[in-house]
Structures are given as C-alpha cells and as structure tokens.
Design a protein around this ligand. Structure first.
Ligand code: ADP
Ligand code: ASP
Ligand code: MG
Length: 818
C-alpha cells in the first residue's frame, strides 16, 4: 500500500485536481493506493475566517461565496473531463455542507462567540468535500472506493483544534485487512476523532500528519507528500532563489526542520513513520517526474552537506524569568516548565544562563498572555519578596534555526551562522543549541527573520557575497559606473561576488527590481520607465523585499539627495557617494551621518569626494586610526586648476590656459566655478573634518584665482570675453615667481586649525612643484611622515577614475566593521 497526500495547491482547480487523481490512480495500479487530501487551496482560510467574522458579527458573504465557487469550479471541470462524473450528486453534497455551515454561522452570530468544537467542524469541511469529489471521480472512472472516516478511525487526544493520534488504537480501528485489495482508499486530512467520538483537528497544515498516521495504520510501504515544490530545500525556495534541493534527509533532520518552521511538512508527520520505519517522499504534483526528497532513518547517507537547512519560525514571544533569588533555588526550571505544561503551552526553545540567574524561553505569540498569567500565579510569592524580578517579555520575535546531522562533527558552523547575522546587521536576542547538536537557533526580531534566513543561507551554502546597488544619478559618472559593473561581472563572479543593480533612478523616473535589473539596455529602459522617481518608495523597498546588503549610491551633485543619507542609513543601506554636499553641509549633519552609520553598523563611504579615485580618505583614516596626527597638509585638489597653472608655467596666459582647459572638457561648463576656488575649499573642508577639525565651510579662507568681484553679474560668454583683462597681471606674478625659481600653484592647506585655499609660489623642493597637467597631489606632513611628507599623486578627476573609486567603495561594503 502506498499513501499519497495532496496539499491544497495540488487540488486548487480542476487541472490540478485531475493531476492528483491521475497520480493516485497510477500508484493504485502499481500497488494499492490510499489518497489523503487537504482542502483545495484557500478553502481552510475562508472557513477559518467565516466563524471568526461571524463571532464578531462581521459580514461573511465574500468568504462564503468564494469558497463555494472554488468547489463548483472543480466539479464543473471534473464533469467536463468525464461525463460519468456525478455533477448533480456532488453539487448537492457541497450545497448541503455549506447550508449546514450557514446554519452554524447564524448560531455563532447570535451567541457572539464560537466554541472550539464548532470551529473544528467548520474548518475541516474543505477536506471532507475534497474526498467527496475524489470519490465521485474514481467512481466515474469505474473504481470502487473505500473512504476511511478519520473521525471514526483515527483516535486522537488533545484539544478540538490540535490533537495527536494514538497510532496503536487507530491501527486496530483502521484494520487494514478489512479493506478490499482492489479498492482505492481515500481519507480526509486534518481531521480525527476524540475518545467521545467528537470531531477534532490535528492543527493547521495537519494533513501531512494525517497521511503519516494512515501510512502507519496501514503499514504502508511509503508515505508520499505531494506538494507545490520539488522537495525539501535548504530553505524556503520562495524566500531564497538559490535554495538547494535536498535529495535525502534523515527522520531527525526532517523533524527538526519542520519543528523550527519548514512548512513543507507538518512537524508531527515524521513521528508515526519513524516507529514503523516507513520512508517519506516529498514530491511536486506540478513536476511529478522530479525525484523529490527522501526522508528515512539513514543518518549516515552519502550526502555531504553538514547543514541541511535554515528555517524561520515566526510569531514567538520570549520570556525571561530572572532574579537574584534564583541562584541555587532548586527546581526553578522544573517549576517554570511544569507551569507551562500544565497550562498546555508549548515551549519552543529554552536557554539558561550559566550563572543560574535567569531562564529564557520562547512560546507561540498566541500563548503569551496566558503564559504570563500562569507564571505570575505560580511565582506570586517570589515576585512579592523580590527574589524574582517581574517577568520580562520580548514580543514579535522569530526563531531562525540551522539544522543538520553533520553539525555534530563539523566545527565552525555556529560561528558562520552568527557572523552571517552580524554582517546583515541583525541583532540576536537569544541563542540555543539543541541537545542533539542537530540544530542551532537564534532568536531575532520578527521583522528581520527573512533577512536572517537569506543572510545565513548565503553564509552557509554560498561563498557568494552579494551587493544590491540602488543607484541615483546616471549621468557621466553614474553611467560609467554601470558600465564598469557590467564589465566586471564575470571577474567578480570568479571571486564569488555578485553585484545586482536593484534600482536606477534619475530625477524623473526609476527602475526597481529586487532580483537585479537587466542592464543590457539600461538607458532605454530607464527612459521608458513608467515609475516616477520617488525616494520614499526606493528607500522603503529594501524592507518590503528583505534585501540583505543594499548600498545607496548617489552619483548626483544634488543637495536634496545628500539630505537622504541619514534616512538611508537608518533604513539599512550602506551609502556610497562622490557627492560632496553631505560632507560639506553643516557640521551637525556631518556628525549625524556618522552617528547613523555607526549605530546601524552600516558604511558611509565617500572616497571619491577628494582626489576622485586616489585613495585619500581611506589612507588618511588608516593613519589616524594607527595613532598618527596630521601636522600640516598641502595639496592640489583641482584637476582643472592643476592643468591651468601648469600651462601658465609654460608661458601661456591665464585666458589662453583657461580656454584650452575648457575645450578639453577639464573645467566646469562655466570655468568660474573652478576659478572661484569653492570646489577646492569644499575638498579641503572634508579633509580638515577628517583630521578631526570641527569646521564649517565659512571657516575656510578662500582666495579665488580671479580678483574679487571680477565679472560679477556677467554671463559666461561675457566673462570669457573679458577674461584676458587679467592676463597681464597674472603673467607678472608668474614671471616674478620664475625669477625666484618658483612656480605658481593653487594650493589648499591646513596648518593647525587654519585652512586656506590660495595661489602660492613654490620652489623646486616643494612637493607640489612638479604637479601639473591635471594631476592632483596631496602632501600630508604627519608625526610619522616627517620631514618628508606622505605624497599621494595622480589624476584626481575624470568619469572613469571617479566611477572606479565609487566601485571600490561599493566593494568595501562587504568588509566587516563599520
Ligand atoms: P501543501 O498545501 O501542499 O501542504 P504547504 O504550503 O503547506 O503545501 O507547504 C509547501 C510550501 O512550504 C512550499 O511552497 C514552500 O514555500 C514552503 N517551504 C518552507 N520551507 C521549505 C523548505 N525547506 N523546503 C521546501 N519548501 C519549503
Ligand atoms: N487544510 C488544512 C490547512 O490549511 C490542513 C492542511 O492543508 O494540511 O491548515
Ligand atoms: Mg502543508
């Protein structure tokens, strides 16, 4: 005998229902088969809602009608496939069940409450009707059918809504020998009967358990659970796209996985199978030829995976019972847990600190209030004397567990588990290791559970690290960055790094995709995007889609975007930017940003703010972290001014040099933006703040290249026309310097707390003497680098080097530490 159980999605519509029927028939022709059926998808939820809503006197029509419609749709489809199918008869059964339900709902409405016994009889009608439809189908196909009535045959103990089956007694009642060999056997899932013969339920998702019980009672050769996935995966394949299918699991692994939340089988399914050594097969109704997963008693199977899966069990509360009087108090733990057990509350996980000062444990959220009441009653005396502190409860938690037989011998799995959580910035409320060493669990805030599973899966099964880029600003630098990301894809893949660009936004439109956008035609795609640019949507996207390592990359020069960084950091993004606005705004915002980054342990990286791709900020930070101090700084921080001053030295006039620089695209569209020195001043401010000076922009003394007030109020064109007016004076300065063996440089300097941007004449011994042609150079005289300063020199502008610097910052988000 083979038992085949079909879940809700496998019965949701006529096509699926027929597939299930076909699979039962095929099995039956090979070996006698018993089909255990759930309710068609959505039905149980509708039924649960019906009694709940009726008890609150809320309308129930929508649920009622939608449920009836699902059944009508199935029987119409079955009849269309085979005219022998008794359409009128099954329709009458459906109508009769729903009439009865309507009657019960009236009673519930009138009394304003729903008794569990009544609720139980309503909630499992879907299963009952699934069996009625399947029976009619097999009869239409000429088979004889034995329907096992679970209320009569499966004896269960427990409550109306959650009972456990007594296999020994049920085996006698089912009496396998009495079932004719040629008959197809069918039984409704989810349902059983108590000692009084009343209908009870086996708990939500309990049809798997029904199937296991029937398999045990019939001494079946296998218990097949037919569902909507190919088998048991390393974690819920709906959460993690690269979850791996597990061809084999031991009973204990499957038990632990399902206990800790793997919904693919009900936690109690394995028990009855173990006792009778019946293998369990998980198969996909939509893909029946796939091998599926085998669960059996073999704990040393060939499979190499030490960790089999990662699960999350949501909606739990954690209780912490603690107090100075607990030390040495004999039998404390026993009292706590027997109190829970007497109250019928299941304790999911326990941790006790070795100091014996506290016991923590988790219970399902729905039992929270009751657990508190019974604990307070049990420990009323100790609470009053102060031996125990008031019971502390943390709500809305999830238990994330890592499960596998191989963990007993493997080392370092816990470390990888916890470091994955830390990397994803998830705080751990408690930790527990199962005594079997087959599982390790971490209790985390529920809103972080999915991220926790994803991050742990990545940490344990993938050496692959992924970064999810949210890019705002796709002009020159942003565009170059996208091209570099595309180009480096393969190279990074070899290093197990994947960069997904999940968002692209310009001022008007944006594209979003949590799995990464296709960048082949990103420009066109963005132009054609219908979604308007909306930073609220963009910033809240990561919570909605549980993105694990999001990086907000701002390639605009907009103040409005830089104002979003604090929020982005608080939402869980790293922030990477070449935009100088945030670091040169008020010192208060500057500090707020760093605080937000520190608090959330996210990175705020802006290496390209100064010297574009040159590694300035990181080197400076490293020096300072190592205890060095900057005594003096001098630098050429503008590529355009470096070029222009270099040309002056070759004998060109200021206007000639400026025109050439402008033509080559080395200057801003209006060269006054460079010549004013403001940009250099901003970079200097960033460096000064980096060295610890709490300065504002106005504290920087700026001598522009042009005389004060020159060309004020004039257009760009008019300015360029009158620029030669300053040539003579400039040439004189150049000549004068030359006579002294010096050259003019536009220098930003920090001396003590004094910051200045000005034209300076430097001699050949000066580190900036040779720096021209658009190069940047930064000379740091420090305690360690003295008397010869540390000199960083190279191109400090250009879209490609800037984009490369941003790229490096993006990759740096993978490194630990804030
Ligand atoms: P059925 O209605 O057939 O009983 P369920 O919805 O109860 O199906 O269970 C199947 C679902 O379990 C899958 O669609 C999947 O999303 C979820 N699931 C959770 N964890 C796992 C896992 N480790 N492996 C496979 N599926 C899992
Ligand atoms: N139909 C029930 C539920 O949805 C039982 C099951 O499907 O296993 O909980
Ligand atoms: Mg299920």
């Amino acid at each position: 005998m083979r038992v085949l159980k079909f879940g809700g999605t496998s019965l949701a519509n006529p096509e699926r229902f027929l597939q299930a029927a076909e699979l039962i028939e095929k099995a039956h022709l090979e070996e006698q088969a018993a089909g255990v059926l759930s309710a068609p998808a959505k039905i149980t939820n509708h039924l649960v809602a019906l009694s709940e809503k009726a008890s609150q006197n809320q309308p129930t029509d929508t649920h009622f009608n939608e449920a009836v419609e699902i059944f009508y749709n199935i029987i119409n489809g079955l009849h269309a496939k085979n005219n022998n199918f008794d359409l009128a008869g099954t329709k009458a059964l459906i109508d009769a069940e729903f009439d009865q339900i309507a009657g019960l709902l009236d009673e519930i409405r009138a009394s304003g409450k729903v008794e569990d016994a009544v609720k139980a009889t309503i909630d499992c009608r879907g299963e009952k009707l699934s069996i009625a439809m399947m029976k009619s189908w097999f009869e239409a196909c000429g088979y004889e059918v034995t329907v096992v009535n679970p209320v009569e045959k499966l004896l269960a103990h427990g409550t109306y809504l959650e009972s456990s089956v007594d296999i020994v007694e049920s085996t006698k009642r089912v009496n396998a020998g009495s079932i004719p060999k040629q008959n197809v056997v069918l039984m409704a899932g989810f349902t059983a009967g108590n000692e009084k013969g009343e209908l009870v339920l086996l708990g939500r998702n309990g049809s798997d358990y029904s199937a296991a019980c029937l398999a045990a009672c019939l001494g079946a050769s296998v218990c097949e659970i037919w569902t909507d996935v190919d088998g048991v995966f390393t974690c819920d394949p709906r959460l993690v796209a690269d979850a791996r299918l597990l061809p084999h699991l031991s009973y204990r692994e499957a038990m632990e996985l399902s206990y800790f939340g793997a919904k693919v089988i009900h936690p109690r399914t394995i028990g009855p199978l173990v006792q009778n050594n019946i293998p369990c097969l998980i198969k996909n109704t939509g893909n029946p030829t796939a091998a599926g997963s085998v669960i059996d008693g073999d704990e040393n199977a060939t499979e190499e995976l030490q960790v089999k899966g990662i699960t999350n069990l949501d909606n739990v509360s954690m209780f912490n019972v603690s107090g100075s009087g607990m030390q040495g108090m004999v039998g404390m733990a026993a009292r706590v847990f027997s109190t829970m057990s007497k109250a019928g509350i299941s304790v999911i996980l326990i941790t006790q600190s070795s100091s014996e000062y506290s016991i923590s444990f988790c219970v399902p959220a729905k039992s929270t209030e009751r657990a508190l009441t019974v604990l307070n009653a049990e420990f009323a005396h100790e609470l009053q004397t102060g031996d125990l502190d008031p019971v502390d409860i943390i709500r809305e938690l999830s238990i994330v567990s890592v499960v596998g037989d191989g963990m007993r011998s493997a080392k370092g799995i816990a470390a990888r588990f916890f470091s994955s959580l830390a990397q994803a910035n998830i705080s751990i409320v408690a930790i527990a290791q199962g005594s079997s060493e087959r599982s390790i669990s971490a209790v985390v805030p529920m809103n972080k559970a999915i991220e926790a599973v994803k991050a742990t899966h990545q940490g344990l099964f993938n050496n692959k690290k992924s970064i999810d880029v949210f890019l705002v600003g796709v002009g020159g630098v942003g565009g170059a960055l996208i091209e570099q990301i595309k180009r480096q894809k393969e190279f990074l893949a070899k290093k197990d790094i994947e960069i997904r660009v999940c968002a692209l936004a310009n001022a008007d439109q944006m594209l979003l995709n949590e799995n990464g956008l296709n960048l082949d035609n990103w420009k066109e795609d963005l132009e054609n995007a219908i979604q308007p640019s909306d930073f609220d949507v963009l910033l809240s996207f990561i919570k909605l889609h549980h993105v694990v390592n999001p990086v907000f990359v701002d390639c605009t020069a907009a103040q409005s975007v830089s104002n979003l960084y604090v929020r982005a950091l608080r939402e869980g993004f790293h922030v990477v930017t070449p935009n100088k606005k945030a670091n040169t705004g008020s010192f208060a915002y500057y500090q707020e940003l760093r605080q937000a980054a520190r608090q959330g342990r996210h990175k705020f990286l802006y290496e390209t703010n100064v010297g574009a791709g040159l590694p300035v900020i990181e080197n400076l930070q490293n020096l300072l972290a190592a205890g060095d101090e900057v005594e003096k700084f001098e630098g050429i921080l503008s590529g355009s001014l470096s070029f222009i001053f270099g040309k002056l030295e070759e004998g060109l006039t200021l206007s000639q040099a400026t025109f050439i620089a402008k033509e080559k695209g080395f200057t801003e569209p209006d060269p006054r933006d460079d010549l004013s020195g403001a940009d250099v001043a901003r970079k200097l401010l960033i460096l000064a703040r980096e060295t610890g000076l709490p300065l504002e922009f106005d504290d920087i003394e700026v001598e522009g290249v042009l005389p004060k007030g020159f060309s004020e109020g004039l257009s760009k064109e008019e300015f360029l026309k009158i620029l030669p007016e300053v040539d003579a004076e400039f040439s004189q300065r150049v000549e004068k310097a030359k006579a002294e063996g010096k050259v003019l440089r536009y220098v930003g300097s920090i001396n003590g707390s004094k910051c200045r941007v000005a034209i300076e004449a430097v001699d050949e011994n000066h580190p900036l003497y040779k720096v021209k042609d658009g190069e940047n150079a930064l000379a740091f005289s420090t305690r360690y680098y003295s008397p010869i300063p540390l000199l960083l020199r190279g191109y400090g502008a250009g879209t490609d080097v800037t984009a490369a610097g941003i790229f490096a910052d993006i990759l740096r988000t993978l490194q630990g530490g804030a």
